[in-house]
Write a protein that binds this ligand. Structure first.
Ligand SMILES: Nc1ncnc2c1ncn2[C@@H]1O[C@H](COP(=O)(O)OP(=O)(O)O)[C@@H](O)[C@H]1O
Ligand SMILES: [Mg+2]
Length: 366
């Protein structure tokens, strides 16, 4: 990428855009002089738009930071800020180690400049945790599939034999037993089918995510236990997504039903939508990602299963099958998305991250 023409500072080195650390240079008034590609990604902005503008227009800087920056310049000493919450106005917030160094010569001859190095820490953690999770899930899926087929094959024979036997029997008391065999075989079959998960590819069409969220809210509202509430809180600017509407409904419904099960009197479920810019899912960066959250104020996910809830058959409920979350996860992964979860007593939230850019557009931009 040759964007050096966009740098006001002609002395920017050629390897500037190859750095994985986000780097910015400002003047003494914190007006942006140059930034590299990694910084563009973190801030969700192209340098053409923001060079020459005050950094504070795009990145929330608290007063404390501004005054420390001034003292770094006066004392001519670098400052290091560890694990600092950064809030870009056009991208997802992130945690970063920040090193700010007053510059002399080097990149520029102009005095009174500041070099910012931003090392996003939680993004890396999130991505490696995500990769780990996906590897584990791929293994579990393979094992589950193998096992499911092993169960399914003899089940057909078992059911057929019970039917034959039933037709030979006159005693209705004995027929009762064959009915039990048939019923249980059917139950097992449907369980195994659900364990195998969705085997169709999504049938994509333009989907309005708010219509989908409202549809699920309507479905749940009619059978919501007294004392529970479900609300919607949407960012109206999210564009339509190319997606399989039924699959999205199913995934969101599974999350909402879990919240309903977890809640007691006075419980509240909130469906939220928001948009993330320049967000990486499974190693692939997307320009726009929709985030649909199902939040509840219930007791939170039981500690002992928290790390495993996306695996099949993991349940914290006596009547649970442990299939709701793995199915929801597969449905969203079929859309190149991901479900993430955060939970503590009083605040549980499942976030569906769904790329908005169509696969075609992604190919075009690499
Ligand atoms: N919103 C939530 N609050 C508390 N626990 C939850 C929530 N969502 C899921 N869980 C826990 O995760 C488990 C697995 O959920 P799921 O895969 O849908 O299976 P099931 O609902 O059949 O148990 C649930 O049994 C519950 O213990
Ligand atoms: Mg469930």
């Amino acid at each position: 990428m040759n964007t050096s023409s966009a740098n006001l500072d002609p002395t920017t080195p050629p390897w500037w855009d190859d750095l994985s650390t986000a780097v910015l240079v400002t003047d003494a008034d914190l007006c942006l002089l140059s930034m590299n590609s990694a910084a563009e990604v973190l801030l969700g902005l192209s340098r053409e738009r923001i060079i020459g503008h005050p950094l504070g227009q795009w990145l929330k800087l608290d007063r404390n930071l501004s005054s420390r920056l001034r003292s770094a310049l006066t004392l001519d000493q670098p400052i290091t800020l560890r694990a600092r919450q950064m809030e870009p106005l056009r991208a997802d917030r992130f945690l970063a180690d920040v090193i700010i160094t007053p510059l002399h010569g080097g990149i520029s001859e102009r005095p009174g400049q500041l070099l910012f190095e931003l090392n996003a820490i939680d993004r890396h953690e999130r991505i490696s945790r995500e990769e780990q999770l996906q590897k584990q899930q791929a293994i579990t899926r393979a094992v589950t599939r193998g096992l499911a087929h092993e169960i399914k094959n003899p089940l057909g024979g078992l059911r057929g034999a019970a039917q034959l036997l039933a037709s030979e029997l006159d005693d209705s008391g004995l027929k009762e037993y064959t009915q039990i065999i048939i019923r249980e075989a059917d139950r097992l079959r449907s369980l195994v089918d659900r364990m195998l998960g969705p085997n169709n590819l999504p049938r994509r069409e333009a989907v309005n995510l708010h219509e989908v969220l409202e549809h699920v809210r309507g479905l749940v509202s009619v059978q919501l236990p007294l004392g529970l509430k479900i609300r919607g809180h949407y960012d109206p600017s999210i564009p339509d997504v190319q997606a399989d509407r039924d699959m999205l409904v199913q995934a969101i419904l599974n999350l909402v039903q879990n919240a309903v099960h977890a809640l007691e009197d006075g419980g509240e479920i909130t469906l939220r939508s928001s948009i993330l810019r320049q967000y990486t899912i499974s190693g692939k960066r997307h320009r726009l990602v929709a985030k649909l959250s199902v939040c509840d104020n219930g007791p939170g996910i039981p500690e002992d299963i928290r790390e495993r809830i996306f695996f099949p058959m993991v349940t914290g409920r006596a009547a649970g099958t442990g299939l709701g979350l793995p199915i929801a996860q597969s449905l969203i992964q079929l859309h190149d998305g991901l479900i993430e979860c955060r939970s503590r007593p009083g605040a549980t939230s499942f976030d569906i991250l769904l790329p908005i850019d169509s696969p075609k557009a992604q190919e075009g931009t690499g």
